[in-house]
Design a protein. Structure first.
Length: 77
C-alpha cells in the first residue's frame, strides 16, 4: 500500500488553522522565534489537540510525518 502524501496546506487545515500559502508563511514568520531549540511538539503556541496530533504523527510515523518534518524545519530555520 502506498503512503499518502500530505501538503503543508492540508496539515494546516487538519490543525484547524488558515491554510493559504500567505497564512502559512505568516504563521511561520510570527512563531519561528518561539521554536529555537525545542521540538515542534513542545512549541508553546499549539493547543493540546494540535500538540497531540503532531506528536502522534511523528511517533507513529504516520502519513503526516513528512509534512510535519517540513513544518518543523521551517519553524526551526
Amino acid at each position: 500500500m502506498e503512503a499518502q502524501t500530505h501538503s503543508m496546506a492540508s496539515l494546516f487545515a487538519q490543525l484547524g488553522l488558515p491554510a493559504t500559502p500567505a497564512d502559512i508563511d505568516n504563521f511561520i514568520a510570527e512563531r519561528r522565534h518561539l521554536c529555537q531549540g525545542i521540538t515542534i511538539c513542545d512549541a508553546p503556541f499549539w493547543t493540546e489537540m494540535q500538540r497531540r496530533f503532531l506528536k502522534e504523527g511523528i511517533i507513529l510515523d504516520a502519513d503526516w510525518t513528512g509534512v510535519i518534518d517540513q513544518l518543523n524545519a521551517r519553524l526551526s530555520g
